[in-house]
Design a binder for this molecule. Structure first.
Ligand SMILES: *Cc1c(COP(=O)(O)O)cnc(C)c1O
Length: 325
C-alpha cells in the first residue's frame, strides 16, 4: 500500500508512573501525540495513505468534514498546506463560533470553511460534500473527498503500521503487551489495530474505548464496514469481531465533559507531564485507569494505551470548566 511520509514515526513507548495510584498492571503509553506539531495525532497516519491517493488521482483540491473542533480537519488542512492542495472543510457550527484551537489553525492553514447544522452533519454530510465537489469541478478543479475522521479502509492502514511498530518495539524493549487500548470515535484507528493484530496473528486484546457512540454502534455499525473495505483492498478475510469495545465512558456525549473527567485530567497531567485532551484521550485514559482499578486486566502484566493527540481541542469553554473546579 503506497503512502506519503508525513509523520514522525515510529513513536516512542513510555511507562506511565502515577504518584497517587498503585496500579495492578504496568501501564505504558505510545506517544502518537508526538507524530508532529501542526500535523499531529492519529489522523496523520491515515492521511499518509489518503493524501498519497489524492496525489495519484491528480487532485488539486481536498474536501473533508468534522466537528467544529475536529483534529482530523485541522490535520488535513495543515497537511494540504504542506503538500499544495486547496483544502475545503465542512464543519458543524456557524460563522460566530469562537475562532480558537483547531478552528483557528484551520484558518491559519488557509482552509476554505463552510458550516452546517448538527442535523445536516449527522444526516447529509456525504451528500453535501458530493455537491460541493461538483461545484468545484465546474470551476475546473479535480477533487478528492476524505470521509469524516479519515476513517475508511485505506486510511486505517495507518494503524496497521502503528501496530507493526508496536511489535517491533516489544522486541526492542523485551516485553509483551497483553492489551492495546485506543480511543474510539469513528473507529478507523481501532479498525487498523484489529486488522494488524489478525494479520500478524499477534493474539493481543485490542480494546477501543468509545467517547461518543454507544458500544453496540461501534461494534455493529462503525467497525465492520471499515474492516470490510480493508479486506477488499488486500484480498483478506479478517473478522471484525475480535475486539473489545468498552462503553460507558461517553459521559455527557461528544466534546462534553463531566467534572470527574476534568478532575482526572488535571491529576493525570500534573503527575505525568503528558497533556490529555477533554474530547478524546482524557475520557479514554479516565476509562482505562478506572477499568484497571476495577480489575478488568487482573493477572495481566502489561497494558499499552495509544495517545492519539488532541491537545488543540482545549477550547476556552473547556479550560474555564476545568479551572473553575
Ligand atoms: C479522531 C481522534 C480519535 C478517534 O480516532 P477514530 O479513528 O476516529 O476512532 C482519538 N483521539 C483523537 C485525539 C482524535 O483526534
Amino acid at each position: 500500500m503506497k503512502k506519503l511520509s508525513l509523520a514522525n514515526t515510529p513513536t516512542r513507548i513510555e511507562p506511565v508512573q502515577l504518584m497517587d495510584a498503585d496500579l495492578p498492571v504496568n501501564l505504558y503509553i505510545k506517544r502518537d501525540d508526538l507524530t508532529g506539531l501542526s500535523v499531529t495525532g492519529n489522523k496523520i497516519r491515515k492521511l499518509e495513505y489518503l493524501l498519497e491517493k489524492a496525489l495519484d488521482d491528480g487532485a488539486t483540491d481536498i474536501i473533508t468534514t468534522g466537528a467544529v473542533q475536529s483534529n482530523h480537519a485541522r490535520a488535513t488542512a495543515m497537511a494540504c498546506a504542506r503538500l499544495g492542495f486547496k483544502c475545503h472543510l465542512l464543519l458543524t457550527g456557524s460563522e460566530d463560533y469562537p475562532e480558537e484551537g483547531n478552528l483557528f489553525l484551520d484558518r491559519l492553514a488557509g482552509a476554505d470553511i463552510r458550516f452546517v447544522s448538527q442535523e445536516d452533519y449527522d444526516n447529509h454530510r456525504d451528500a453535501i460534500m458530493a455537491s460541493w465537489k461538483e461545484e468545484l469541478e465546474k470551476e475546473g478543479k479535480s477533487v478528492d473527498i476524505i470521509p469524516m475522521g479519515g476513517s475508511n479502509g485505506l486510511g486505517s492502514f495507518g494503524y496497521v503500521e502503528c501496530f507493526e511498530e508496536i511489535l517491533e518495539e516489544e522486541k526492542d524493549m523485551g516485553i509483551n503487551f497483553d492489551a492495546v487500548i485506543c480511543v474510539t470515535g469513528s473507529a478507523g484507528m481501532l479498525a487498523g489495530l484489529v486488522y494488524g493484530n489478525a494479520i500478524h496473528e499477534a493474539g493481543k486484546e485490542i480494546v477501543g474505548i468509545s467517547i461518543s457512540s454507544p458500544k453496540e454502534v461501534v461494534e455493529k455499525e462503525l467497525l465492520p464496514p471499515i474492516i470490510a473495505e480493508m479486506n477488499e483492498l488486500k484480498g483478506t478475510s479478517v473478522p471484525a469481531d475480535a475486539v473489545t469495545v468498552i462503553g460507558g465512558y461517553e459521559g455527557r456525549g461528544y466534546a462534553l465533559s463531566r467534572p470527574e473527567e476534568l478532575e482526572f485530567i488535571w491529576d493525570f497531567v500534573s503527575q505525568t507531564g503528558i497533556i490529555l485532551d477533554p474530547v478524546y484521550t482524557g475520557k479514554a485514559m479516565y476509562g482505562t485507569i478506572s477499568e484497571i482499578l476495577n480489575g478488568r486486566w487482573e493477572g495481566k502484566e502489561n497494558i499499552l494505551f495509544i495517545h492519539s493527540g488532541g491537545a488543540f481541542g482545549w477550547t476556552r469553554r473547556q479550560m474555564e470548566e476545568l479551572l473553575r473546579k
